[in-house]
Design a protein. Structure first.
Length: 331
């Protein structure tokens, strides 16, 4: 990870060094509670599921080959960008065998989740091979085309996995929003930051995905809290979803309607003006108000079940009648 302690440190802008050298104070779990985008998203989908997972602390195995793949791809991309901006893109190409690095992370992440699942497999050899080959294809394509997306001309890598820890509502100072920004860059010429959130997808995002406000809220809240944490004006922060596609059409496929259907990378910048930021802030404040007392303790109350085909399909409690059972009709 870049830390500003290399031979080029004198050339690094002071604002970049300040962010690198001043991470937020860690949460004291003795009296503080942390919330996250995933918590808020689960609550907005079904308050009862949020209660089971976070208030009652009922744990269920929720990993899949998709989450394993996503973690391995994230770490591989971040490793490449770390070396590229600390040294050069040529050095990253020369020093990192991306296929081997990805394979190590992919297998390591699967083994970790396998142990969490009571040493029980949740994928098979054929599926793992397919996902591994997809990952190699993504990384190979990105290396060949990376100049379309990343440049060192006036641009610095602030870091990968930049932590943010902020109290969204000052009336609830012990409820802290915690997140990690996948990639943050700084352009010295325009004096602007870009927060990049890496996503993996089977075939990319369609219009429905792009208009999904819950998805947008993640980056919008990152923008808001990055601004608050480091005193950076909101109009100096850009955001982008960087979507990596496992499946693409070949150039000679008769179904191809646009060259972008053959690209492994899809970029999407959600609207992030005052109105959208206001909606994101209201969403997180509504979540806090509904679930926490002013001292930060979770409220003892009834959290309603909101069954639907979407929420129940991905719920780990969907078949446990003693805990819920409201969504059986959707299965």
């Amino acid at each position: 990870m870049i830390n500003g302690k290399n031979s080029l440190a004198k050339k690094i802008p002071s604002i970049v060094k300040e962010i690198r050298n001043n991470p937020p104070s860690e949460i004291n779990f003795a009296y503080q509670k942390n919330i996250s985008y995933s918590q808020m998203s689960i609550f907005r989908g079904c308050p009862h599921r949020w209660k089971l997972q976070y208030k009652d602390k009922i744990k269920r195995f929720t990993s899949s080959i998709h989450t394993v793949f996503g973690t391995a791809i994230h770490e591989s991309m971040q490793k490449y960008l770390d070396v590229a901006y600390e040294k050069s893109f040529a050095a990253a190409d020369r020093e990192i065998n991306m296929e081997e690095f990805f394979q190590e992370k992919f297998i390591g992440e699967y083994q970790k989740e396998y142990k969490k699942n009571n040493n029980s497999h949740f994928s098979d050899a054929a599926e793992m091979r397919e996902f591994f080959e997809d990952g190699v294809a993504i990384l190979d394509w990105f290396k060949k085309k990376r100049s379309r997306y990343f440049s060192k001309k006036g641009t610095y890598l602030v870091g990968c996995e930049i932590p943010i820890i902020v109290a969204p509502n000052k009336m609830y100072n012990n409820v802290l929003y915690m997140g990690y920004l996948d990639v943050v860059t700084y352009n010295e010429n325009s004096d602007t930051f870009k927060i990049i959130d890496i996503k993996t997808s089977t075939k990319g995002w369609n219009d429905y995905n792009k208009k999904d406000e819950d998805k947008q809220f993640q980056l919008l809240l990152y923008k808001q809290f990055f601004s608050e944490q480091y005193g950076i004006p909101l109009d100096k922060i850009d955001v982008e979803f960087f979507i990596l596609k496992r499946k693409v059409l070949s150039w000679d496929d008769e179904k191809i309607m646009s060259p972008h259907q053959a690209y492994r990378v899809q970029q999407f910048t959600p609207p992030s003006g005052k109105i959208k930021l206001g909606r994101a802030k209201r969403a997180v404040n509504d979540f806090i108000n509904e679930c926490f007392n002013s001292d930060g303790e979770m409220k003892d109350k009834t959290y309603p079940k909101t069954p639907s085909k979407w929420t129940c399909t991905f719920c780990p409690f969907k078949e446990e009648l003693e805990l819920c059972g409201a969504g059986l009709d959707f299965l």
